[in-house]
Design a protein around this ligand. Structure first.
Ligand SMILES: [Zn+2]
Length: 149
């Protein structure tokens, strides 16, 4: 799954950018510089940058066109579905999730981390930066479809 999406994002990155010969400082749309014959080319993305590889272009596309998944909210939602909305302690009534979060934030964090890795291993979300940002597969597939890749 990850490879397939990665490949398609790479295709979008290639479609949007132009090969660029840094030595001659000119575009080389054929993939081979007409002036020096080099095929060791950078990619030019007008208005954004010019560098080797496509990972920086993919990063730019994800950052600007896709909203990262709000896993904290999704996790909270899943907990709310599993437990009663309110919990009584003594004569007081509390919102269960708020009570849990405020009383044991460490335990809450741990469970959130577990939830993230579970979502990832089930193939619902994907990260391209080792887990600092996640995107839902759905959002990625929509983006790919919109770009005709
Ligand atoms: Zn050249």
């Amino acid at each position: 799954m990850k490879n397939e999406i990665q490949q398609k994002l790479e295709q979008i990155a290639l479609n949007r950018s132009t090969p660029f010969c840094y030595g001659c400082y000119k575009e080389a749309p054929t993939g081979c510089c007409e002036s020096c014959g080099s095929n060791d080319l950078m990619r030019l993305l007008p208005g954004v940058g010019c560098e080797y590889g496509t990972s920086w272009i993919i990063k730019h596309i994800l950052e600007t066109e896709l909203e990262a998944a709000d896993l904290e909210e999704a996790f909270e939602e899943s907990i709310r579905q599993c437990y009663p909305e309110e919990t009584k302690v003594g004569w007081m009534t509390f919102d269960t999730v708020t009570l849990m979060k405020e009383n044991d934030p460490v335990c809450w964090r741990c469970a959130l981390c577990d939830y993230e890795s579970e979502e990832e291993s089930e193939g619902n979300i994907l990260s391209f930066d080792n887990g600092s940002t996640y995107f839902t597969i759905q959002a990625l597939e929509d983006l790919i479809k919109q770009n005709g890749a």
